[in-house]
Design a binder for this molecule. Structure first.
Ligand code: CP
Length: 302
């Protein structure tokens, strides 16, 4: 994994996922170590972020790395018409690794091909979000004590949800049964469903969230993403499709936990936050340790 870019979750093997998760456990016990003092981490965010950018920057800072970059491309020379290729070539002269989020699908792969240093995809449009996926795996293993043989329900925007696409693909290594809850318009893309089938696993599709409440070990809620719709009327039709409230949790399995990549809008009501099933804020904290493991591994320190 040393010096290798991470663009799609399928760039890593099952053994490599587990190596990152094991290392993240070590960082969780001891997150402040001066092991990256020699390194510069660049964070280039062409699309808004709170958790991914700040947890990467926190992860790098706690390990002693210097962090450079931008959180708003309008303050960079992109606003003067600079191409992505020229931006990446330039920043790869200034840093040892680039963490990039971009609204265009395929942009991270392109960046990894022109960069002189490894590129970590922090989300490319509706395609992939592999580092979120690794922290989701970490959170599932921590709450369930295992990754194998679980019933995982994905709820909401399964069409444009890049975190969903990455996590479904990764979970195909762990004999998962998939429960896919979405409006008809936002079903999981065929290529992701094909990935499930090619791994000889089963998926079931639903439109009613209540249908999975008693079966699921994990309920992975997602936001209906206004920014991915070209037609605002289509967004209005589905924006309130699923709202999970505390009163719906009465018959869920004792081990069931609710994950959400966040941010949420209205799909989980605030009364859920105080329940034993809510795990999404701890999930976001886990992102620091998983990203420390990734940075240390790709930079060749671990
Ligand atoms: N989960 C996630 O990608 O959150 P941000 O958009 O805040 O980075």
């Amino acid at each position: 994994m040393k010096n290798r870019s991470l663009v799609s979750i399928t760039d890593y093997s099952k053994e490599e996922y587990l190596k990152i998760l094991d290392l993240a456990e070590e960082f969780e016990k001891n997150p402040k170590q001066s092991i990256l003092e020699k390194f510069v981490v660049a964070t280039l965010f062409f699309e808004p972020s709170t958790r991914t950018r700040l947890s990467f920057e926190s992860a790098a800072s706690q390990l002693g790395a210097k962090v450079i970059g931008f959180s708003d491309a309008s303050n960079s020379s992109v606003s003067k018409g600079e191409t992505l290729k020229d931006t990446i070539l330039t920043v790869s002269n200034y840093s040892d690794i680039i963490v990039m989020r971009h609204p265009r699908e395929g942009s991270a792969r392109f960046a990894s091909e022109v960069s002189k240093v490894p590129v970590i995809n922090a989300g490319d449009g509706g395609n992939q979000h592999p580092t979120q996926c690794l922290l989701d795996l970490y959170s599932i293993r921590k709450t369930q004590g295992k990754l194998d043989n679980l019933n995982v329900a994905f709820v909401g925007d399964l069409k444009y949800g890049r975190t969903v696409h990455s996590l479904v693909m990764a979970l195909c290594n762990f004999n998962t049964t998939f429960h896919l809850v979405s409006p008809i318009e936002l079903k999981l893309p065929s290529y992701v469903k094909m990935h499930i089938k090619n791994n000889n696993l089963n998926y079931f599709q639903y439109t009613d969230l209540n249908d999975v409440m008693e079966t699921a070990d994990i309920i992975y809620m997602t936001r209906i993403q206004r920014e991915r719709f070209s037609d605002p009327i289509e967004y209005e039709k589905v924006k309130n499709a699923y709202i999970l409230s505390a009163s719906m949790l009465d018959n869920c399995k004792p081990n069931m936990r609710i994950l959400h990549p966040l941010p949420r809008v209205n799909e989980i009501t605030e009364d859920v936050d105080a329940t034993a099933q809510a795990y999404y804020f701890t999930q976001a904290l886990n992102g620091v340790f998983v990203r420390q493991a990734l940075l240390a591994t790709i930079l060749g320190v671990k």
